[in-house]
Design a protein around this ligand. Structure first.
Ligand SMILES: [Zn+2]
Length: 314
């Protein structure tokens, strides 16, 4: 049952990735999704299906790049690095794009790329969320420069895991940033103890912790020894019933594959409960349908696949 749900969801992910506008915006997430599913799944048919979708989309990504030159600002360059890393791993090399990305990344400071400099400052509390009007406001602003709406600040967990993912993919792709994975990891103790479920930043803390697992085990290529992330494992276990109560397949999916990645087995009652929830939530089209925006839709399909599939641990 899990496997057929996963196959259905992968078909949906392929359809979403084939939409021109969706792919243009989220290739930095879709290509890594195909790449990881293609290389870490236990089921051979699933690997094959993700591999052919990923390779086809990576060729298309490369072709589009040569067709129209991109403006690489501090935000988009990191997305493209995720796409580039996955494309290369999927067997689509791209020397010129790599050079473009290398040159682009050298133009920006860590503060511009990550929102702060992990080498020299603590995780800031004053980076605003993107405004509803679409404007990205600079650090410290409380009202939008364009529409004057009140802005909320991003939680430290969100700021930190964005930096963590960014330095991870840069490192894997072989690009050097002035801040390293180790520099960002050094700030982790300042995020502990992890918050309780009543806290506003609780969901961000869950995503921060799942990304500790992903970046340490290369998105579930290997299984981490249970003793390594004791606190994180306990936090994720406690957060699963919360995510189920909230009715959030995206969060449940992330928690499940992270727990699997740090040693929880299929027969663990929490794993069983979480997977039953995901299967129960799956719609006819293969999605779990908890998100109404485009990004949320792509992302939740990916996390549900990851929460439900079996891994081929190294
Ligand atoms: Zn605004």
């Amino acid at each position: 049952m899990r496997l057929s749900a996963v196959h259905r969801a992968l078909q949906l992910l392929r359809r979403l990735a084939n939409r021109k506008s969706t792919f243009a915006r989220y290739s930095g997430h879709l290509l890594p999704a195909f790449y990881f599913i293609a290389t870490t799944s236990r089921d051979a048919a699933l690997r094959q299906s993700a591999l052919s979708a990923g390779r086809e989309r990576a060729r298309y990504w490369k072709q589009q790049w040569y067709r129209k030159p991109r403006r690489l600002d501090a935000g988009t360059v990191l997305d493209e690095i995720g796409a580039g890393y996955a494309a290369e791993q999927l067997g689509i090399p791209h020397r010129r794009i790599r050079r473009d990305l290398e040159a682009a990344i050298a133009r920006y400071s860590p503060r511009e790329l990550l929102g702060f400099d992990p080498v020299s400052e603590p995780i800031p509390r004053n980076i605003p969320e993107d405004c509803e009007c679409g404007l990205v406001n600079e650090r410290g602003r409380r009202r939008c420069r364009k529409c004057r709406r009140r802005l909320t600040a991003r939680s430290r967990y969100e700021v930190w895991y964005y930096a963590l993912i960014s330095v991870y993919f840069c490192g894997r792709y072989g690009l050097r940033l002035p801040a390293s994975y180790a520099d960002v990891m050094k700030l982790l103790p300042t995020l502990r103890p992890y918050p309780r479920s009543r806290a506003r930043c609780y969901r961000d803390a869950i995503y921060a912790v799942t990304h500790i697992v992903y970046t340490l085990n290369d998105y579930n290529r290997s299984r981490l020894p249970a003793r390594l992330l004791r606190r994180e494992r306990a936090f994720l276990k406690a957060s699963l019933p919360w995510a189920i109560r909230q009715g959030e397949p995206d969060t449940v999916g992330e928690i499940l594959d992270s727990l699997a990645g740090c040693g929880c087995t299929d027969t663990n009652p929490l794993m069983v409960r979480g997977r039953e929830f995901l299967i129960g939530r799956q719609c006819q089209d293969g999605g779990c349908g908890d998100e109404d925006d485009e990004y949320g839709r792509c992302h939740s399909v990916w996390t549900c696949i990851d929460g439900l599939r079996d891994y081929r641990w190294r």
